[in-house]
Design a protein around this ligand. Sequence first.
Ligand code: ADP
Length: 532
Amino acid sequence: MSDQVLPPGLTQSDFNDAVAELKAVVGERWVFTENDQLKGYRDAYSIMQGDPADPIPSVAVAPANTEEVQKAVVIANKYEIPFWVISTGKNLGYGGAAPKETGMMTLDLNRMNGIEINEKQAYAVVEPGVSYFDLFNHIQEKGYKLWIDVASPGWGSVLGNTVERGVGYTPFSDHFANQCGMEVVLPDGEIYRTGMGANSSAETWHNYKYGFGPTLDGLFTQSNLGVVTKIGVWLMPEPPCFRTGYIMMQKPEDIIPMVDIMRPLRQSGVIDNTASIFAGTMDLFRIPDIRDKLLDPNNPPSQEQVSAWLREHNVGFWYNRIGVYGYEKTVDYHWEQIMDEHASVPGVEFVSRKHSAPYDYAAMHVDDKLQCGAPSLEEWVFMLPIQGDLFYSPVVPFDGQTMWELIQYMEATFNELGAIYNLPTFISPSPRTLLATLPFPTFKNNAEANAQIRSVMNEVIKRTGARGWGEYRTPLAFMDQVMETYDFNDHAHRRINERIKDALDPNGVMAPGKNGIYPKNRRTKIEGEGQS
Ligand code: ADP
């Protein structure tokens, strides 16, 4: 352990004692301190690569159950070791398995992989280590007629994605909206259950969200207020039929009718899944020569060149991928209706594929798998040549003109800052919101390029935050900057969260700095209370 990093402020001898206590709780083989072991607890796509501050933990601990989590948290408090929690640690593009700062202890919950299904009430109860593949396979093996909603790619944790408020592609795509009931180990080691779970005899912990009094589930999402050890997840009854439809449009400004025609269809439920708007360039990534040019940091292709490739390869400038679900007649009727609504746009084209139960998931196109919650890694395979990426993800209203403004604004800003610009993808987990996602490349052996991307990203966050487009989620390196943009009433949002943080985590051990919220002992100034 000689070249081991230590938790901040801890002596080697105290660290050794803490490690010994952790081993006594979880077993020697589930405590990792060797550098080779800890490499797996870094972010393979980190934008900090090449910088000495690229985070690595001092120790990783893998408890087997809630009781062991609780004991590990008590040890972290005793030695005041800051800890970071991961479920499966696949959060690529937003931080991977890495802690926010070097020296933290990583609590790796991958071993906790319990699954319970209630078929009649259509829900699952999952522990943190349950991946989308695990849950899907379990349901298939048992023959339940239930669908999960999967984030792409499918190796991530159902619970981890839900607590980060991730999104999938079926009508159950808003993962936090479809979560019901949590078990949480609070930062001081107390166990808490949300909603009806507060009643120790509850029969409806995973049926009814709210319980009695304030409902606190949201406190444990994108937060550092508790280690979530179990959640209920509502599942979609398998429909008899579904159709994946593509609506393709030819010109950049067609994003305006594409969004405005979709909005009422989405609001009325005719399109009832996360419709996703992609640039045709996403398809160009599947063509190796072009992909290499699109990813060349030294010679980014001009917009004219990209348009020429789109024409040459007969890909629409934009395509909207939607899903329609239900009885076959309804599905067919809704698809006709959707095509009719779009027919007035010059050059519009449609493609669709229909599937009926019993479904042959393995034979489906990767897009159709996503649309019915069958996990896959295929969507990421064509991105393999990239060294890494991170996502910039502002929330925008469901409005065509605003989308067009955002696209032009982004292009102008990226050009001004000398950064590679890729068109955003837009997804609609709710009929009133589009989440835009712009990927930035990250590099394994180019610290200078990573530093430049960090400065561009910081500037983009600042400018678009001031424009009113806050981000819904961000990689670790930008959490402080994004929180800074949530500035109403002199950052009342941050201040109230700091007060809750201090109450629930008096030693400030759980994930200090996550989402820009620091405990008292890490803040230089507490608004309204003077110095701490
Ligand atoms: P996934 O593998 O599904 O992408 P991760 O395990 O990487 O998800 O977790 C993503 C982030 O969510 C972590 O960095 C952490 O901040 C938070 N997180 C994950 N699991 C938990 C948990 N059980 N309790 C609290 N926060 C968690």
